[in-house]
Every structure is written in structure tokens, then in C-alpha cells.
Design a protein. Sequence first.
Length: 347
Amino acid sequence: MIELINKLEKEQSLTLAEYEFLIENRNEEAAKILSEKAVEKRKEVYGNDVYIRGLIEISNICKNDCCYCGIRRGNKNCERYRLTKEQILLCCDEGYPLGYRTFVLQGGEDSHFSDDFLCDIITSIKLKYPDCAVTLSLGERSFESYKKLREAGADRYLLRHETADKEHYEKLHPADMSFDNRMECLKNLKKLRFQTGCGFMVGSPYQTSATLAKDLKFIEEFRPEMCGIGPFIPHKDTEFSNFPAGTVELTCYLLSIVRLISPDILLPATTALGSIDSFGREKGILSGANVVMPNLSPEDAKQKYQLYNNKLSSGAEAAANKRMLEERMESIGYKIVTNIGNHKKGN
Ligand code: 5AD
């Protein structure tokens, strides 16, 4: 194990079999060494800085029926909403004076989101806040559509690959969704020079050490600028409602490995991690994460954007409570910074 960790640190790469071994045989000692090395790397590139992103959940209407997700099309108990352009801009107006310099527009695959509609919103945000980055997280779209969004000024795009194993992907998604299209979208985003984020859930149903090894290999080869990794948490209105949640322990272990694969990656301590453990965000940062994404959505949107049971949106998770988040980060030796927080290339 120690040898593998040293190899990973030095070469930023392992074979699939080695990744699998590292996951399968993990223990407290390995986790400790990995997190220490991950923190060392993150400090070389990003110091003690923690970047913040204001998350705006712009719609929970979705044409997809992903088996794990609370806002899946088939969930009749989900009360649907979509924010107007004015409401979205108001979220930015609230976030800017608090120090947010990245706005993440996240939503389901809502067919109301035409290119024109989105480009208009992106242009308006960029006009009003030219020193801010706009990140989109709106699912799969065509190359032409991504191109228009990029030309309108969007800087970054988050599209979790969910799993890098095709068979596993097909167990998490209905037949009308395609692994190949997901991968194609990610490649297109890169081609268009979006700072691109992929990612996956930890402990999703049918996940194994072998599928996780493929996730790690994919990250190693795809070289995303960002990567969202959080525990799977069951949602009561999905067919996965009785599956157990992923663990903090494995999530943090994987965060450390990803930091060693890619020392300069932007790696959030996710809301899901904060939702299953009251100290989850801090544990994520202490494992090598360097980003947090507090929620800037209007209160009733927060209540309705339920991807999983008991999703956190209050306390330090609320963008308005930035001071609380600052204190929590300071208590573990880190500092929230309010610059744009771009990816530091070439490290
Ligand atoms: N548990 C954890 N994460 C989830 N997501 C969706 N549903 C769940 C769940 N039940 C994640 C997916 C998606 C992102 C927006 O939220 O990975 O890409």
C-alpha cells in the first residue's frame, strides 16, 4: 500500500489494477498517509485558500429519469419550479457583496432552457459582474448549444460523468440515457475550452472497487479542471430509496487520491458530504478539497431542489451565512478567499 501511494504521488498515475487494490485494501493508516500527501500537494498549489462558489438552483424540472435523483422526471411528489431571469440576477446581486465571484447556475434538463434564454442570462450576469465567472451545470446539450453558451461568456461547465463504467452507468440510468453521449458531451465541453468538471457519487448502487478504479483512471486521462465527488444519499421517491448512503470515509479517501492524480484540480467538499456528516465539509478540505459551494438559491427553491433526502441548505451551507463558513474553515486552518478562483494550470 505505502509503495502504491508513493508511486501515485510521484507519477500521478497508477494502473487500473493498482487503483482497485488501493481502494479494496484501504485502512486507516493508508487514509492518513494519503490525506497528508494530498494536503501537502494542495498547499503547494493553492496554499490555505478555499474558493467559494455561489450555487443557484435555477430549475428542478428535468426530462431525465435517473434512478438515484430526487428531481427525476417520474417523481410526482416533487413540486416543480423554474426561476425567472430576474430572480437569477437577484441571487447574483445578493452574492456579489458577500464576496462571491463565481455563480454556478445548476438545474435539471429543463426544455424551457433554450440557447437564447440561457445566453441572455449569461450575458446579463457578465455585463453586470464582469469580474465574475459563470459556471453552468445544466446537463447534456449539443455541441452547437454548448458553443453558444461559451460564446455568450460562460467560463466553466460541470457535468458529472456519474460512473466511468458503461454497464454501471446503465444500472443508474434508464435506457433512454447513454454513457457514450455523456462522454461525448464532456469531450465537447473541453474542446470548447470550458473549464470542465466531471465527477461521480461515492457508494452509488452497484458501484465496486473496480468501477471506482475506472473513475480514477478516467480522471487521470481526461484531466478535468474540476471534479465533484460526493456520497450517494438515497432519496425516498426513487427506486434506490432503500440502498445505503455512501460513506464519509471512502469519499475522503477518494478526494485524497484525486488530489494526488491532479495536484491543481479544483475539488469541492460537496453539499452531499456536508449533509451526511456535520463535520463533512471540514473533513473534505482536510483530505485535499479546496472549494465549497454554498447555496444562493431563494428559500423556496432550496426546499424544492431535493436531489436526495435531507439535503443541507441552511447554516454554513447557505451563502448568506458566509461568516459562519469562514469561521468553520478558520477553525481547521484554512481561509475563504473571494477572488474568482480559477484553476491554476500547469502545476
Ligand atoms: N445522492 C447524491 N448525489 C446525487 N446527485 C443526484 N442525486 C443524488 C443522490 N441521491 C448528484 C449527481 C448529479 C449532481 C447534480 O447531484 O451526481 O450529477
